[in-house]
Write a protein that binds this ligand. Sequence first.
Ligand code: CTP
Ligand code: MG
Length: 224
Amino acid sequence: GDVAVLVPAAGAGVRLGPGGPKALRLLGGEPLLVHAVRRVAAARGVRLIVVAAPPADVTFVRELLAPVAEVTVVPGGADRQSSVSAALSAVPADVEVVLVHDAARALAPAELVESVAEAVRAGAGAVIPVLPVVDTIKEVDASGTVLGTVDRSTLRAVQTPQGFRQDLLAAAHAAAVAAHTDDAGMVEKLGERVVCVPGSDHAMKITRPIDLVLAEYLLTRAAG
Ligand code: CTP
Ligand code: MG
């Protein structure tokens, strides 16, 4: 296979509360990053995994992941985008398909990695996994007054892994000026087409303490 997967894992995890970098916080006794990398490594066609670790924890992360999978570990940057750029620099030019997958989506299944990679191989330049939005969404002004109700049927919640032709992802990062929260957003700015594939409930992002509770439940249920 000819797929590289970049795993940004250098964030502080401020919204999760005190306890160190989020990717190293425990879920079922193992760091989120271990769960994420194990599932990525189980996906068909993955040739290379590059983790962007908190700069102070690069050596620790290398040792942590050595028994899990063969990975390259690089120091991450000050924001997600620079962590992804740092990881992308470690990918050889002949790798055609590059996925970007948040360590915070620790339980994203190997099948989702495979379906995103497959959509890129089939010809899409940029691919994102999505789910329908379940909440009613309102637009509000700064004072908290409702301006209107957004038509939910055209909205999607976006997950990772996101998949790209390597040349397109590199061009998007080279052109990006503002900080983006996802890589497909940078590709959109280039005017390139981004296509959707079905996401997974298990690819939920662990952001707040309640998300960790749900993830613990999903993990226990999967094992039982
Ligand atoms: N990330 C990164 N480098 C950064 C910031 C974020 O590699 N400088 C990674 C995180 O480790 C995470 C993913 O990007 O896997 C998504 O970011 P997020 O969920 O926001 O994680 P944190 O930034 O760690 O959390 P918070 O924003 O609450 O501090
Ligand atoms: Mg963050």
